[in-house]
Design a protein around this ligand. Structure first.
Ligand SMILES: Cc1cc2nc3c(=O)[nH]c(=O)nc-3n(C[C@H](O)[C@H](O)[C@H](O)COP(=O)(O)OP(=O)(O)OC[C@H]3O[C@@H](n4cnc5c(N)ncnc54)[C@H](O)[C@@H]3O)c2cc1C
Length: 318
């Protein structure tokens, strides 16, 4: 079974999510990477170490900006050139647009929000959560290539040390694909990992009491080497940026450790973080819903508990 994996990159670095999907694809059969961009020779070289036998590269100025439509043309050309049973994507805003465009172009089926993949005979089976993440269902495809968008943080990259053959693929772009122009791209300044990539997340809710309360989350996250996330209640109140919102109308994350501070655990928040490895909650209300699905619950005032916890983590690390 041959899978092509869309390797999204930021600068010269392939995203952790894409490398995770590549590793999973390699465990299912033949895995090839696809790198699309302008001046991306160095990006392609990395993929062999993470399980790709071949990396197909489309290197063209039309792909310099992170716009989806030219990537649909390029990926279609790679699929037609190389052949593929599956085309797999790690979820992101760009990848979702490209996957949807490719599905329309190839008249192919796309399963999204996938949390696992397995081979069953000649078929690929995708697991995905349904009914507000309360059940996991097996889904399939009726035609090939099968397209799948994998939930962010699902698979960890596996560095095996191999190398991949790099093959350039030529593309003729459609007129309509190159009409959009990226006028401006702003980069939010951030230190540490993004919440999609972080292995540890410290999330804050209304229980922080005020925007300044996020200082506690930031200090603990820094001590743990993690990222800070937020609930919709505090994002709506303008306490923290929208890009950090976890939940139904925010991002879905699955870090190894999720520390929830002053978060009630509403279902709309839960669906975005319940795939986390270990969930630790600090809440002063012993009946808070978050304690129903936290692995470790601490009942108490976070303003008293968190500074001590941060101190302890720093001391242990030191
Ligand atoms: C259509 C829809 C979509 C939504 N999408 C999302 C989404 O994507 N993400 C999301 O998060 N929400 C979402 N919501 C909102 C969601 O329903 C909740 O309102 C929200 O998650 C609550 O945020 P919170 O836990 O920060 O606040 P609250 O529910 O107010 O909880 C605050 C918690 O802090 C505790 N607390 C207070 N003081 C302290 C203290 N000193 N020490 C310790 N604990 C303390 C309280 O006991 C309480 O449990 C959505 C709602 C709707 C209707």
């Amino acid at each position: 079974m041959k899978s092509l994996v869309f390797l999204e990159h930021a600068g010269d670095e392939i995203t952790k999510g894409s490398l995770g999907v590549l590793g999973k694809a390699a465990s299912l059969g033949e895995a090839a990477g696809v790198v699309l961009g302008s001046g991306v020779a160095d990006v392609a070289a990395t993929a062999g170490r993470y399980g790709a036998s071949t990396v197909y590269v489309v290197d063209d100025a039309a792909l310099a900006a992170a716009l989806p439509q030219p990537r649909v043309d390029a990926l279609e050309a790679v699929v037609r050139h190389a052949g593929a049973d599956n085309v797999l994507f790690a979820s992101s805003v760009l990848a979702a647009d490209v996957a949807a465009g490719l599905a329309a172009r190839l008249d192919a089926g796309l399963n999204w929000d996938v949390t696992d993949l397995a081979v069953d005979g000649a078929e690929l089976v995708a697991k995905r959560p349904a009914l507000g993440d309360t059940v996991l269902v097996d889904t399939g495809w009726t035609t090939t290539p099968r397209l799948a968008l994998v939930r962010s943080g699902t698979f960890d990259p596996v560095e095996g040390g191999g190398s991949a053959a790099v093959e350039q693929v030529a593309v003729e772009f459609q007129d309509f694909s190159t009409r959009a122009e990226l006028v401006e791209q702003l980069q939010e300044e951030a230190t540490g990992p993004s919440i999609e990539d972080a292995e540890t997340i410290v999330a804050g809710g209304r229980g922080l009491g005020a925007p300044e309360g996020f200082g506690l989350c930031e200090e603990l996250a820094e001590a743990l080497g993690g990222a800070v996330a937020a609930t919709r209640a505090v994002v709506d109140a303008g306490w923290y940026p929208y890009s950090t919102q976890v939940g139904q109308t925010g991002k879905t994350v699955a870090p190894k450790l999720y520390v929830a501070l002053g978060i009630s655990g509403a279902i709309q928040h839960k669906v975005g973080m319940q795939g986390s490895g270990v969930i630790v909650a600090v809440n002063k209300d012993p009946n808070a819903p978050i304690f129903d699905f936290a692995d470790l619950g601490v009942v108490g005032d976070l303003h008293a508990i968190v500074p001590k916890l941060t101190e302890l983590v720093r001391a242990r690390k030191g």
